[in-house]
Design a protein around this ligand. Structure first.
Ligand code: NAG
Ligand code: NAG
Ligand code: NAG
Ligand code: NAG
Ligand code: NAG
Length: 483
């Protein structure tokens, strides 16, 4: 085989191992950076420390950082040693820095850190913008739109699994619509190429949601199906083996997707997984390699507008109490007159509640994702995200801090204090940014520039060269256990 000749003849063993070391450097540094992100995210979203801080009352409460935002490097180390991470953080024992942070900080240092945070508030005008960097994004977006090419494994209409592999012929709806919309829109788009040699990425078109409903497969059969599918395409076409799947991707929204790849390790470890269940704490999702897909309940027509001053209720949540986090929310806030937490069937229309609340709460249920963030944005309500470890959708592009509030689970008791601490001016800014951000969270059968479809394409484009590495044999035998 051409590849083994390449490996055995062109490189001496010593050079090979050097290359492998270089190769390992990428995942290791990525893993390290991710760990740092997680740390900053948790430490910056927790308000627990501040409550003990006598100076706290003087401070405006700063919207916490979104998951992908890097704090100003010069002062980030100060913050590391001063702020207390959540318990769950300790599960990751590779991060020694967390253990050090366990020691309660001196109040003097807390006050100092608070001053630094205050001072840096004024310096980052960009924090107020919906994009991390609008100019860079728009430049890149044009280039992506012009050059990105996707090859889709072809399947015939009479394939016994056409229902799983081909796009649906109706307009997608319901909770997992993002998955179907993506495929439907992609297949008709100018990104598709029939020539695999010009493809940047290869799309695995199976639908996890359809597999789940297919009586021949069902929830229990998904893992075998995926394994067989990969085996089939890797025998029939040369593309999979070239990179062990690293230039391949799939898109899934249902939470069953997070265990669907258990018998297809190469998919899990190498391919780009574009999933709604983008939880950087679970085994199956690899931040940076994978991408977060927003879960969106599709709605027709232009989103309604209700002026901020007409939103009389502070905060709203409704849903099943199916997770410890939701139990906690209910336990603390069930009788509150400002924070309206409803479980079971709502007596009033859901959209009415979203339209008359300032903040709409998204709380982790079975998984970090639900359609609630999309709901909130559509109805112009500022999302409050209580879902630790959620890698927020499009966080590479969007500055979540500018249009949402992220609250750590341990801070649920402080929710009212946090929300009431946001001045009306600050609220106006957040709400105005919600109106700017919401077009990125909408699907259209004929895609509209910068809508959810184009945003996903952009996320793929960012990852397109992720692992264009020549050492495919290495992937095959080791399956990147590091991740
Ligand atoms: C994206 O590409 C399509 C098809 O070539 C084109 O019609 C559209 O104007 C492009 N959009 C941008 C922003 O470049
Ligand atoms: C794999 O290929 C075999 C033989 O063509 C076919 O019967 C089977 O349905 C395929 N399985 C998947 C999951 O594509
Ligand atoms: C890909 O690799 C598998 C496992 O090593 C092998 O069985 C298969 O024949 C290869 N496919 C192609 C197209 O060479
Ligand atoms: C809320 O009200 C119910 C019944 O009125 C009461 O049993 C419960 O203890 C109250 N919970 C809180 C947190 O105040
Ligand atoms: C960029 C920035 O905010 N730098 C600050 C870091 O902290 C020191 C005090 O420890 C300040 O003097 C800097 O201005």
């Amino acid at each position: 085989m051409a590849r083994s000749i390449f490996l055995h003849n062109s490189f001496s063993p010593r050079r090979l191992s050097d290359s492998f070391r270089g190769f390992f450097f990428i995942p290791i540094s990525l893993a390290f950076m991710t760990s740092l992100f997680i740390f900053f995210y948790i430490s910056s979203t927790s308000k627990l420390l501040n409550i003990n801080d006598p100076h706290h009352t003087d401070l405006p409460i700063k919207p916490p950082l979104g998951s992908s935002i890097i704090p100003s490097p010069t002062n980030s180390t100060t913050q590391i040693s001063l702020r207390r991470p959540t318990k769950s953080f300790y599960y990751s024992d590779s991060l020694k820095v967390a253990k050090e942070a366990e020691t309660p900080p001196l109040l003097k240092d807390v006050a100092e850190a608070a001053k630094i945070r205050l001072a840096s508030n004024g310096n980052h005008v960009k924090e107020e913008e919906v994009f991390h960097d609008r100019d860079v994004f728009q430049e890149d977006y044009k280039e992506m739109n012009r050059s990105l090419k996707i090859y889709v494994y072809p399947h015939r209409r009479d394939d016994p699994f056409a229902n799983v592999l081909l796009p649906v012929d109706y307009e997608p709806g319901g909770n997992y619509a993002s998955e179907s919309y993506f495929k439907k829109v992609l297949m008709k788009s100018h990104f598709i190429t029939k020539d695999p040699s010009e493809a940047d990425l290869f799309y695995l078109p199976f639908s996890i949601a359809s597999l789940r409903h297919d009586k021949r497969i069902g929830v229990g059969g998904i893992q075998n199906f995926i394994r067989d599918y990969i085996s089939n395409i890797s025998h029939k076409y040369p593309f999979w083996n070239r990179t062990a799947g690293a230039d391949h991707f799939y898109v899934a929204c249902h939470s069953i997707g997070k265990i669907a790849m258990e018998k297809a390790f190469e998919v899990k470890n190498n391919a780009i997984q574009v999933v709604c269940t983008s939880n950087y704490f679970v085994h199956g999702y690899v931040p940076h390699k994978d991408a977060s897909l927003p879960q969106i309940w599709p709605r027709k027509g232009d989103p309604p507008n209700v002026a901020p001053s007409k939103r009389k209720k502070l905060a709203f949540f409704a849903g099943a109490i199916n997770s410890p986090v939701r139990k906690e929310l209910l336990k603390v806030w069930r009788n509150d007159s400002d924070i309206f937490v409803h479980y079971g069937r709502l007596k009033t229309p859901y959209d009415r509640e979203l339209l008359r609340s300032k903040f709409c709460i998204h709380v982790k249920g079975f998984e970090v994702n639900t359609a609630r963030i999309g709901d909130a944005l559509y109805y112009g309500c500022v999302p409050v995200v209580i879902a630790d470890h959620y890698d927020l959708p499009f966080a590479d592009i969007l500055n979540w801090k500018s249009f949402s509030i992220v609250v750590a689970t341990i801070d649920i008791p402080l929710l009212k204090k946090i929300l009431k601490g946001i001045s009306f001016d600050e609220y106006l800014r957040l709400q105005n940014n919600v109106l700017k951000a919401r077009k990125h969270f909408q699907w259209h059968v004929s895609p509209v520039e910068y809508d959810a479809f184009y945003m996903v394409m952009y996320e793929l484009w960012l990852r397109r060269s992720y692992a264009r590495l020549p050492f495919s044999n290495f992937f095959e035998s080791h399956s990147l256990a590091l991740f």
